[in-house]
Design a protein around this ligand. Sequence first.
Ligand code: AVI
Length: 326
Amino acid sequence: MKLQLGKDSQIENSQVDSFRSDVLDGLKNSPKRLLSKYFYDKIGDRLFQKIMKIPEYYLTDCELDIFKNKTQEIADAITFDQSPFDIIELGAGDAMKSSYLLKNLIESKADFTYMPIDISGNILSVLKDKLNTELPTLDIVSLEGEYFDMLDKATGISKRRKVVLFLGGNIGNMDIEEAHHFCREVKRKLNLGDLFLIGFDLKKNPHTILNAYNDETGITSAFNLNLLTRINRELKADFNVENFQHYQTYDPISGSCRSFLISLIKQEVHIDHDIINFEENEFIEMEISQKFSKSDITNMANNSGFHLLNEISDSKNWFVDSVWQV
Ligand code: AVI
């Protein structure tokens, strides 16, 4: 009898397949590399929630400062021509920051729909319940899946002016070429007059940046090491996490803040039937958290075909939400 797989298990299988091939490709590469998008399993989600509360991790507070205290400025930038619109938020999560904007827009009786996109269906249903309670008149269409698949879906549904939000400094987790490509792809899916609002972490005192990723409590270290534990669990591997050490760098010239895991000994790791060899002190590139100057941001907007309309900064001038138009 042929086993008929349900749609959900087919999606799950294809996700495991791409996780496996990304991990194996990355670890067979020189230098070895893992993709930070895989940090976010259940434990990784929890560790990231903790990171956002570490006093040295300023990014969340800075962007929250913007959304709390400059809500009207953001709302004005979005509602400049009074026409109805749809807000599409990439990686909405719990919409902690954007909910200030949504509240402001509801109070000013703006005509809009909110379309949060997230890979986690669980987070989306929690968010929907929360917004239904706090903003009962808000029109919500939740979209569960990868950014671009769901952006296609959203732009298919939405017949109005679109405002795409990409907050949190997530653009910094792509290398520069990838980030430019990402912005060009977003632009390709939008129409003349549509807006793209992106959160950028700015270059600043290198100590401030390095401390944000090198916390004394070791949560960022655990966040990186958790990916090895995830590989053990999901891909039948045998990493001994005690043989790896987190190492963080920041280069003030390029603005790249990078995390690595260093192999403390010469060792052999099995991933199912594959064997990966590590030399003593060999490293795995784990994550980039790129920091930007104002001119880097202008270049990125121009290179991807947008016009930079407005820049809204926090009170310390450490973070900026940049508003671009097609
Ligand atoms: C999600 N992203 C913007 C975080 C950052 O700052 O790059 C992820 C993170 N990595 C370590 N700490 C936080």
